[in-house]
Structures are given as structure tokens and as C-alpha cells.
Unconditional design. Structure first.
Length: 229
């Protein structure tokens, strides 16, 4: 996949064209976890890399109303929230613009940015996480050799900190070595599935997939535990 920093990109400070707004709605719908072709305005702005309270964002809201009036997008509501989806006419309009070469490239997608940020964070932090696991294991060795034996609370406390340290290291390892760069032609959603799962019994597949839950939220996992060293 091309490096998004090297592609022609729209300038977020400039008001996006109607075609770029349509393309943002199309891509936002493609990348949603739910099976719905309609997206809220905040998702459209996110795919255009626009702050929600910016002048460019106000321009986009006005263009959305105009595109709706032209029949290029349709309006709906999902759980009381206004959503927008590209109509067949809108898709044909985009196809013509792409054939003419008149459609600027969208900014980096949110899913690609999430992958890039997680990979960067993992690269910076994985040695610290490894050191933390080493330190916790050294604590365990000291407890094992202690005479008299340590209080049970010491083991329970160590079990908690060791588990957190291992989960942070596991998340960093996944983000750095196993999470493939997303292709914007598809939604990049972690369902916890790995090719090696086919060799496992059903109960074991369920267990390991539960362990993988949240493995992409590296920064959140680290901050949630106070960035323990």
C-alpha cells in the first residue's frame, strides 16, 4: 500500500470539493464495523481529517445538504443519529470523477492512522515492556527463594502486576510484528482470528480469541495501568 505521506492529499485547511466529500462518505461507510452504508457527520469529517468545529467542517455540513438535494446522498437515522450514505447516482458521479482524474486523494484513513500510531508506539515502548516483564520475573524468583516464605498477599500482588506486564508486551508484539498494514479497500476490524486457530479445538479457539480482545489498544492498555515500569 502506498505511503499515505507520499500521496497527493487534500489540504485539510481548504474546503473539500463535493467529490471529495462523496468519497469520504463512501470510504467511511466501507470502514464501519456495522453492516450499514450510512455514516454520521463526525465520521465524514474524520475521513477528511477535519476538526469538527473548523470552518472547513461547516463547509462540509453545507455541502452534505447540497449533495442530498442533488440526490447524490441519502439521509437516514440510526438510533436517533443523522446518517448519510452515497446513492447509486452518487457512486456513478464518483466513478466519472475518478476516470477524469479529477478526484484528489483522501487524507490518511482513520484505520491506517490507528495502525501507524500503534506500530510507532509499540516500536518505542516494547523494550520498556520487556524490561518490566523481566523485573516482575526477578521478583518472582526472589519470592520463591525467600526464607521464611512470603505472605500470600505478595504472590497475589505479583500475579496481578505480572499479568498486566505480559499483556502489554503481548499487545506491543502484536502491533509491531503481526498487525498487517490495512488496505483501504476493506474495513480493518480485529475479530481476534488467527490462521493457526484452525488447528485448535473449539473450546481452545474461544479461549485464545478472548485473550486477544483489545490487543490493538496498546496506548490505552498502558495508560490504564499508569504506564507501570
Amino acid at each position: 500500500m502506498p505511503n499515505p505521506d507520499r500521496r497527493q492529499r487534500s489540504n485539510p485547511a481548504e474546503a473539500p470539493t463535493d467529490e471529495l466529500v462523496l468519497a469520504a462518505i463512501e470510504r467511511a461507510a466501507l470502514h464501519r464495523a456495522s453492516n450499514t452504508p450510512a455514516v454520521p457527520i463526525w465520521a465524514i469529517l474524520e475521513h477528511l481529517s477535519l476538526a469538527r468545529r473548523s470552518a472547513a467542517a461547516r463547509h462540509v455540513r453545507a455541502r452534505v445538504s447540497e449533495l442530498h438535494g442533488r440526490g447524490l446522498i441519502e439521509h437516514s437515522r440510526h438510533h436517533g443519529i443523522e446518517t448519510w450514505g452515497v446513492t447509486d447516482s452518487g457512486h456513478r458521479h464518483l466513478q466519472r470523477a475518478r476516470r477524469r482524474g479529477g478526484l484528489p486523494t483522501l487524507p490518511e484513513s482513520p484505520q491506517h492512522r490507528a495502525w501507524r500510531n500503534a506500530r510507532t508506539t509499540a516500536g518505542h515502548e516494547i523494550e520498556r515492556f520487556r524490561a518490566s516483564v523481566h523485573a516482575r520475573l526477578a521478583e518472582a524468583a526472589l519470592l520463591l527463594d525467600a526464607d521464611p516464605p512470603p505472605h500470600s498477599d505478595d504472590w497475589l500482588e505479583l500475579a496481578d502486576t505480572l499479568q498486566r506486564a505480559c499483556r502489554r508486551l503481548g499487545s506491543a508484539s502484536y502491533c509491531l510484528y503481526e498487525w498487517r498494514e490495512p488496505d483501504d479497500a476493506h474495513a480493518d476490524i480485529d475479530n481476534g482470528v488467527d490462521p493457526s486457530d484452525d488447528a485448535l479445538e473449539h473450546s481452545e479457539r474461544v479461549r485464545v480469541r478472548a485473550l486477544r480482545s483489545g490487543r490493538r489498544n496498546l496506548a490505552l492498555r498502558d495508560n490504564a495501568h499508569g504506564g507501570q515500569r
